[in-house]
Design a protein around this ligand. Structure first.
Ligand SMILES: [Zn+2]
Length: 381
């Protein structure tokens, strides 16, 4: 199934077996950056690393057998179906001993990994979800109102309301008295209709967990409608749509995605700008991979800011979980460090583990001149 909601992740993380472990398998399947052969090879390598992990694990025969069946089933799936996979990533959760199997298509590439644990390893899924904003879009005119949910590049109509407030005052009446009366009647009707829309908007907003609110209506209605919105919604109102209720959902989606991209870029520029000025005045910030990892290891990081698609191999201490660019021994415990494929991804996970915020900036940005990674710090030692 397609990853699309937090409930999916919550439900998935509820699965737990008392007698068996669950295998979590994440694979990058992005055909724009890898050939089919490369994808097949990386899946094979990942499964074989899983098998060697399994050999070294000490546990009951039943537990081992369950994992071994997971690996066989994942292997079978990958060899048959991987070439028809059209999304950027794949996540499989399997616990054969309990007859549990769930598969997710991912809109963003994960780091390849295989993990055996008490329950499904869902952190990469929530990281992917966090990258996408959930947008609530409303379009209305005097005939109709439509509410949409836009998420991960998809749109769905939540609800629509048809009211048809007459727009013209009909001819007739004595000395225009009648027409004035009708005019007032129309204005009241329109106001009630706007109130109804505003109320429905808040109800729908409360029910779903939206991040941003986009609104599309004729300019002449804005000043009447906006004050009717709940204050909370006003703060979430991030953009105005040109789309009208008569437009297709595809058109609303296209316009919204364009606006989302623009807004995200603005937010990214803003945070990078803030980081750079903090760095320049020698405040609570750091930059560059080595320094950022050091601050992260020390627990100084408040917000980690990294460039999307930036990756570099590095090392990790098996005991302290400290991350390094090239230390062969951990300076803290003297243990030999282990290589990791992508130390930035490990840093993101470590930051999330420590309840730090993580921001991903799409290149090019000013961050490129500061080693593509940096952080705001809680304190500095
Ligand atoms: Zn160590």
């Amino acid at each position: 199934m397609k990853l699309s909601s937090r409930e999916q992740i919550e439900n998935l993380s509820k699965f737990k077996s008392d007698s068996f472990l669950t295998t979590s398998f994440y694979l990058k399947t992005d055909k724009s950056s890898m050939t089919k052969k490369e994808i097949a090879l990386s899946s094979k390598n990942l499964l074989s690393s899983g098998r060697s992990q399994l050999e070294q694990m000490e546990m009951s025969k039943e537990k081992k057998e369950s994992i071994s069946r997971d690996l066989k089933r994942i292997n079978l799936f990958c060899s048959k179906r991987l070439s028809s996979q059209n999304l950027s990533g794949l996540a499989i959760f399997s616990c054969s001993g309990q007859d549990f199997w769930e598969l997710y298509n991912l809109p963003t590439s994960p780091q390849n990994r295989i993990i055996f644990d008490q329950n499904p390893y869902v952190r990469p899924l929530s990281a992917i979800l966090d990258q996408h904003k959930r947008i609530f879009a409303l379009t209305f005119d005097r005939r109709e109102a439509k509410w949409y949910d836009i998420f991960m590049g998809e749109i769905s109509l939540l609800e629509n309301l048809v009211e048809d407030v007459p727009s013209k005052v009909r001819e007739g009446g004595w000395e225009g008295y009648e027409s004035k009366r009708i005019e007032r009647h129309v204005a009241t009707h329109l106001h009630d209709y706007f109130k109804k829309i505003a109320q429905k908007t808040f109800e729908l907003f409360k029910k779903n967990h939206f991040d941003w609110f986009f609104l599309g209506c004729r300019e002449k209605y804005c000043s009447d409608f906006e004050p009717l919105l709940h204050p909370y919604l006003k703060t979430r109102l991030k953009a105005w749509l040109k789309a009208m209720p008569s437009d297709s959902a595809a058109k609303v989606l296209k316009e919204s995605l364009g606006l989302e991209k623009k807004l995200k870029k603005e937010k990214e520029d803003e945070i990078v700008h803030k980081l750079v000025s903090e760095l320049e005045k020698g405040g609570l910030a750091t930059s560059g991979l080595k320094r950022t990892l050091r601050s992260l290891n020390k627990g100084e990081v408040q917000t980690l800011i990294t460039t999307s698609y930036f990756s570099k191999p590095g090392r990790i201490c098996p005991k302290c979980n400290f991350l390094f660019v090239d230390e062969l021994r951990c300076p803290s415990c003297e243990r030999k460090t282990n290589p990791v494929v992508d130390v930035i991804d490990e840093a993101v996970e470590a930051a999330m583990d420590k309840n730090c915020q993580v921001r991903h900036v799409i290149p090019p940005s000013k961050l490129d001149r500061f080693g593509k990674i940096g952080a705001f710090l809680r304190y500095k030692t």
